[in-house]
Design a protein around this ligand. Sequence first.
Ligand code: EPZ
Length: 425
Amino acid sequence: MDKLIIRGGTPLSGKLTVSGAKNSVLPILAGALLAEGPVRIHNVPRLRDVATMIALLRNLGADVAGEDTTVEVTQSSVSRFRAPYDLVKTMRASFLLMGPLLARFGRAEVSLPGGCAIGPRPVDQHLKGFEALGAEVELQGGYVRARAAHGLRGCRIALDVPTVGGTENLLMAATLARGTTRIENAAREPEIVDLAECLLAMGARIHGHGTATIEIEGVPALRGSEHRVMPDRVEAGTYLIAAAATRGSIRLLNGQPSSLGVVLQKLEDAGAAIEAMPGGIALDMAGERPRAVDIATAPYPGFPTDMQAQFLAMNTVARGTSRVVETIFENRFMHLNELSRLGADVRLEGLRTAVVRGVTRLRGAPVMATDLRASFGLVVGALVARGDTVIDRIYHIDRGYEGIERKLRALGADVRRVSEGQPTS
Ligand code: EPZ
């Protein structure tokens, strides 16, 4: 397993272009199955999760051709409708194949994604919505089998929680249903807007994407199209937080301020000077230590759960004490123990709240990554720690951050990747 070795203490500075959004390209790749012609997707990030989704599409029989950051999906040879456990267990987003398969082919068999490190991750809202659309859904041997022999029919779906994946799965399924579907309490994340824009280019009829109520007027078929994936707002926010933690100054050349509203506000509360322009975002700490800032995660447009670990890591070296509340997932504080190994003063209050007392310096130590975003929380800790930090199991990072050592080195960090068995000193 690869490791990252980071020698901390250097403020990040310089310019960075973030990659295409992981949490947008994954539903878009699944949604390509809905069209009756090639779908060309641009600005595709090179990530493990993208490779997994492409493997799943090929496993169904789809033709997926890629050159550089463009991927073209052709559905004409799809002949299987089953997403196997051995692939689904490595990436929960595989479940996003359910809606497109059901809508386009009338059948789908997808392994239950099961939980993951951050929580049980149920899909009950997805299944409730598919049944409301007229599908027969049954659970068998750890698989969800769904049938819609006579197609799906539009309906009203009121989600109990604004689930991102649930909204995406049902949005995709509804595009080919007979009649109109209204999804209430829908998730409002920018990635859902990006998916909807791609579906609209295929000829779908969608209104209200990005709000809590989405209306989809079903059409008989969708056509091949092209789409450029939005820049990754989680990657953008992650690097801004890392720059703030290291008292640095960076400029994101393609960051979208509108997709990072509350995060930029919290960084300003921490003492950062933020310059938000249509072409990007600049952050400058003027060499100052960040101030401690309380955060509570919430569905968009609240503070993103996917940036909680990174922001908490910044708070570990901030001036003052802060409280970090995780309201979305049951177990998204696994970075706390590892950050404590670097000398952070953090403790859990119940299951949902971490109390962080800022210290002036962390000290490098061996740590272990546990899940994608927690791993970058450890990277932030390592960047501000005195001495070397060795981060093990960084395959978690490679799932969602393209070229992490290249990008960090471009910002002045002392970081290198070593493979299993190579010396780390
Ligand atoms: C998406 O996961 C993202 N993944 C996650 O990012 C992100 O953390 C999450 O949304 C929340 O923003 C992708 O987009 C590929 P949810 P998803 O369904 O769709 C509960 C990352 O690091 N829920 O919005 O699985 C669920 O238990 C990943 O990039 C139900 O109760 O998240 C959770 O508490 C991690 N029933 C809450 O909703 C359901 O049927 C949010 O889950 C579905 C969800």
